[in-house]
Design a protein around this ligand. Structure first.
Ligand code: SF4
Ligand code: SF4
Length: 352
């Protein structure tokens, strides 16, 4: 990401609109008009990311980048690699009616609490839709006790927990008491391939759980991980992960759908049937990781045709539009980058 940010920043023909949404696209191929709403941008380009504002801000709020596992100030750098590297004011948390401490602390005159949204229109020849995905809401998984224990997490939360710049510096600690986790269960297809939730396979969750189990067990020889799966869907180079997992004595692959996650004496407990042995499993864990699936993120719908699962049907797009990435189907980063490169080349060829 860092390399790509640098390329974007240094490129004279690329303009990035952050804090912005596309409100409307009109016109036709070769002559589109796109209305973009930006802001309010409470923190201007003058910001040097010095942090003086956050130091004096009295308001703490959940940090969305760490999925609420940490707190941050109402004005903060969203994350280490934020682009642009500029502080952001969360106006839902900020008490700007009665407080202006950050304005007084900022030596660069970078904060404007009276900022309002701006709308502008740009002309473009083609439009590429690549709006990505969000994680399936675990609240919908009634049998998995979501919200009843801080030690039941989603796979994207686990990714932050294992990150060197995450809430615990990469150590896998239980959010409930900050003690090291020794035994983790991964619950595959938490929502995916289920007619009541997401009927499709989300493509990346099996590989993600294998990766997470590997980095967890590498941290300590005593760490144990059980991965409960219907069937493991691993393809391409990710088969390396599967081979490493199969060779790892600290990881157990259990073929069986988890029927419930409960709580006993404050600890998450997994109920499942091991299909291969016919054995019923009732096991307690320090952490349970729900491998929640991918939901397409399509904030604006400029006359788009969506399939029953909410993904864009590429074939239905009007001339001048193209779409790729996870707003069309679940896919991993490598496949998304390949597809996006192809789309951009097509668009450039069409318009030169
Ligand atoms: S807004 Fe001002 S005080 Fe806050 S980080 Fe930016 S320059 Fe520093
Ligand atoms: S105005 Fe808002 S962001 Fe600034 S210091 Fe006060 S509460 Fe924090």
């Amino acid at each position: 990401m860092e390399i790509n940010f640098r390329r974007i920043r240094d490129h004279s023909l690329i303009e990035v609109f952050t804090s912005s949404t596309v409100e409307e696209i009109t016109g036709m191929a070769g002559d589109f008009r796109v209305r973009i709403k930006t802001g309010p941008e409470y923190v201007t380009r003058n910001c040097t990311a010095c942090g003086e504002c956050a130091a004096v801000c009295p308001v703490e709020t959940n940090d969305p980048f760490n999925y609420g596992m940490t707190i941050r100030k109402a004005i903060a750098l969203p994350h280490e690699l934020a682009y642009p590297a500029r502080f952001h004011l969360d106006d839902a948390a900020c008490k700007m009616d009665s407080c202006k401490k950050c304005v007084d602390a900022c030596l660069y005159d970078a904060i404007q609490l009276d900022a309002s949204p701006k709308t502008r229109e740009i002309k473009v020849k083609s439009v590429i839709l690549s709006t990505g995905w969000k994680s399936y809401e675990p609240e919908n998984l009634e049998d998995y006790s979501w919200g009843k224990s801080r030690d039941i997490l989603t796979n994207v939360m686990m990714e932050r927990l294992g990150a060197p710049n995450g809430p615990t510096g990469g150590k896998i600690l239980k959010p409930s008491d900050q003690r090291p986790a020794q035994k983790i269960a991964f619950v595959q297809c938490a929502g995916s391939r289920d007619e009541n939730h997401l009927p499709y396979c989300s493509a990346v969750c099996c590989s993600a759980s294998l990766k997470q189990a590997l980095y967890f067990t590498r941290q300590d020889k005593e760490h144990m991980a059980d991965i409960y799966y219907i069937d493991l869907r691993i393809s391409g180079r990710n088969e390396d992960f599967l081979r490493k997992v199969e060779e790892n004595d600290q990881i157990r692959l259990v073929k069986g759908k988890v029927s419930a996650v409960g709580l006993e004496e404050g600890k998450p407990v997994v109920e499942a049937e091991d299909i291969l042995s016919g054995r019923k499993i009732h096991a307690a864990y320090d952490l349970v990781i729900l491998a929640t699936g991918m939901v397409p993120e399509i904030p604006v719908s400029p006359g788009l045709d969506l399939d029953p699962d909410g993904f864009i049907i590429k074939e239905s797009l009007e001339h001048g539009f193209s779409a790729g990435g996870c707003c069309c189907e679940p896919k991993d980063v490598a496949a998304t980058v390949r597809e996006s490169t192809g789309m951009v080349l097509n668009v450039l060829q069409e318009n030169t």
